[in-house]
Design a protein around this ligand. Sequence first.
Ligand code: Q46
Ligand code: ZN
Ligand code: ZN
Length: 300
Amino acid sequence: MKCTVCRGPAVIDVRRHNAAFCPEHFTLHCRDQVRRALHEHAMLRPIDRVLVAVSGGKDSLALWDLLAALDVDADGLHLRLGIGDYSEESTRAARAYATAHARTLHEVDLAGEVGFTVPAAAAATHRVPCSACGLSKRHLFNGFAVEHGYDVVATGHNLDDEAAVLLGNVLRWETEYLARQAPVLPAGAGFARKVKPLVRLGERELAAYCVIRRIDYQVEECPMAAGNRHLSYKELLNELEHRSPGTKGAFLAGFFERGRARFATDEPAVPLRRCVECGAPTPSEVCAFCRLRARVAERP
Ligand code: Q46
Ligand code: ZN
Ligand code: ZN
């Protein structure tokens, strides 16, 4: 296998681009994909202060690294979720990257600063852990960004993640979610802009990027992911991609270009007010995160 660019020995093929790359040109390929995503979707302005959601996994560390390579000087925020050894190792990887590259990494410890862990929240809600975890992440990342003057929260959602979410939304015709699934969510009162610069890169590419760049990341899957439907959607999409390379990218990019706007409605957005407990924007008196926190606290 030869590098499509320089004809030197290739270390990875990317079938959907009908290409193979040596380490140097693969790194440039990844940067180019992020540059294109930033540009296509107008994700960042030069004046923006950017906060990267850093879990310690391959996606978030690759994102932080790729943004720096494109001269986007972003700080990181790591949430310590309290999921046993998995969280300990994730925190170690996030800190190790920040230290090695002299980057600012903020941390929020859920147990100490919020009063619950993800396992405790999952037990209190009797739902799959990812729903309480996802709610907490969205709330805490946004709240931290708004409070500390960051304009943008960048997350490591990649092509595989977004295609799996899209498939799930289509299978159930979740029209409201389809209207909101986008690589950029604009800022609003009490909301920082949300951007997903990795939508053009797949999981396999991001893992390879970290290996090539010698980024040490948390390789274990989260032990609480079982029951998350997106895992089976990813498997199905990988099967389709295997049979017909490019399917996944076309599914997601086609939706962003031609599908999503069809789900937008003219109905006025639900008016938001401030949560009486924490001040976050919410349609109800108390926001979903504060209701979750109260529910966990009620448990003996
Ligand atoms: S950390 Fe949280 Fe993920 Fe674990 S509980 Fe689910 S959402 S799988 S990215
Ligand atoms: Zn090359
Ligand atoms: Zn609240």
